[in-house]
Design a protein around this ligand. Structure first.
Ligand code: NAP
Length: 225
């Protein structure tokens, strides 16, 4: 039975990843920060819950120590958003650092703590849930500055880990989910979590060594760096 780990799994896109992975026959380790939220409805023998704040290094490491099986698929989904901030000058260094700790360093921490479990899988895949707002060349707007900065850094984290994953027969993909109706995306979004996650899992299915490190939309369209 393949094994997956999903961070930020209690609501939104993360919860939908858990739902679809369980339906595909995966054993799933679902990381949630506080409340288990919608995970309560998915309870089954192949779902394991871990209370983990990805900004807390020791919490991430301790959770990994309780996992025995190799991890075939690690989905770094947890993130925070500062959409209310209209301009970089309206934010503070502390707020940007907080975004950085969750959105860029959180995935790095998680991969590093999971490394021995990833190394034991035959072809481990790491999926980083990025965003079109991470793009530097796509003439970014100025809203959500901490989010943009941290997600651009996440893309670099993915590129750097590509080399390490290659050495253990694995690969990484940076995925843009599209605009999705969640607490973060809001009600007016164009996609349901079901549509977005179905697309992202199709991209993960295509994953192999030669396409490792690509930045791609849920629909397969390449995203500009
Ligand atoms: N929705 C969109 O339109 C959209 C577009 C582009 C990219 N994305 C990306 O897609 C991913 C999922 O977004 P979403 O729309 O599902 O967002 P969401 O509804 O706001 O859910 C965010 C998830 O991240 C968790 N989280 C936040 N901080 C955490 C921390 N420190 N440790 C552990 N978990 C933490 C939240 O847990 P709590 O419930 O405890 O807060 C929640 O489970 C994110 O990476 C986001 O950047 C979303």
């Amino acid at each position: 039975m393949p094994v997956a780990l999903v961070t930020g799994a209690n609501r939104g896109i993360g919860l939908e990843f858990v739902r679809q992975l369980l339906a595909r026959g995966y054993e799933v380790h679902a990381f949630h920060r506080k409340s288990i939220g919608g995970l309560a409805d998915l309870a089954c023998e192949t779902l394991n819950l871990h209370c983990v704040d990805v900004a807390d290094n020791s919490a991430v490491e301790q959770a990994m120590e309780t996992i025995r099986s190799p991890i075939d698929l690690l989905i770094n989904n947890a993130a925070v958003y500062d959409g209310h901030v209209g301009s970089m000058l309206n934010t503070s260094g502390e707020e940007v650092m907080q975004m950085f700790s969750v959105n860029a360093v959180g995935p790095f921490r998680t991969v590093k703590a999971a490394w021995s479990l990833l190394s034991r899988a035959e072809r481990p895949i790491v999926a980083m849930i990025s965003t079109g707002m991470a793009s530097i060349t796509d003439r970014p707007g100025s809203n959500a500055p901490g989010y943009r900065v941290s997600k651009a850094a996440l893309n670099m984290v993915g590129q750097l880990l590509r080399h390490d994953l290659h050495a253990i027969g694995g690969s990484v993909v940076l995925l843009c989910p599209g605009w999705v109706a969640t607490d973060m995306g809001g009600r007016g979004a164009s996609l349901t979590p079901q549509q977005s996650v179905r697309g992202m899992l199709a991209r993960i299915d295509e994953q192999h060594n030669e396409v490792s490190g690509r930045f791609v939309g849920y629909d397969g369209s390449p995203r500009p760096w």
